[in-house]
Design a protein around this ligand. Structure first.
Ligand SMILES: [Zn+2]
Ligand SMILES: [Zn+2]
Length: 118
């Protein structure tokens, strides 16, 4: 039996965060997760993990920050999509996240095709 639990912890013994405890202080480490929305890897930063732990969230974020922001925004304003140029067909791509230059964007058709091809 481990008797090293601090008071206030213990509501959820199986948490999937990757922190280590040093001198009573929880040290989080950046972690790479894959966004469920756009399939890109993103960093679940130490600071965010700390925030999640403080709030008692048990689930890791499922989406990268741009996707989360886009969803939050969409929830607030109804439905808003970003317009970008599809890297495969050059057509207009409507995406739920802010396009970034170092990441190719595909329209839903090409995205679906790529998924099938995988
Ligand atoms: Zn994403
Ligand atoms: Zn396309």
């Amino acid at each position: 039996m481990q008797a090293n639990h601090n008071k206030g912890v213990g509501a959820s013994p199986t948490r999937h965060t990757n922190f280590s405890v040093s001198e009573g202080k929880i040290m989080f480490e950046d972690k790479t997760l894959v966004c469920k929305e756009c399939g890109e890897e993103f960093i679940f930063t130490a600071g965010e993990q700390e925030f999640y732990a403080e709030k008692g969230f048990e689930n890791e974020p499922q989406r990268c920050k741009p996707c989360r922001d886009a969803r939050k925004k969409a929830a607030r304003e109804g439905r808003e999509l970003f317009t970008a140029t599809c890297a495969a067909c050059g057509g207009e791509a409507k995406i739920p996240f802010q396009p970034s230059e170092d990441r190719p964007v595909y329209c839903s058709e090409c995205f679906a095709k790529m998924k099938e091809a995988e």
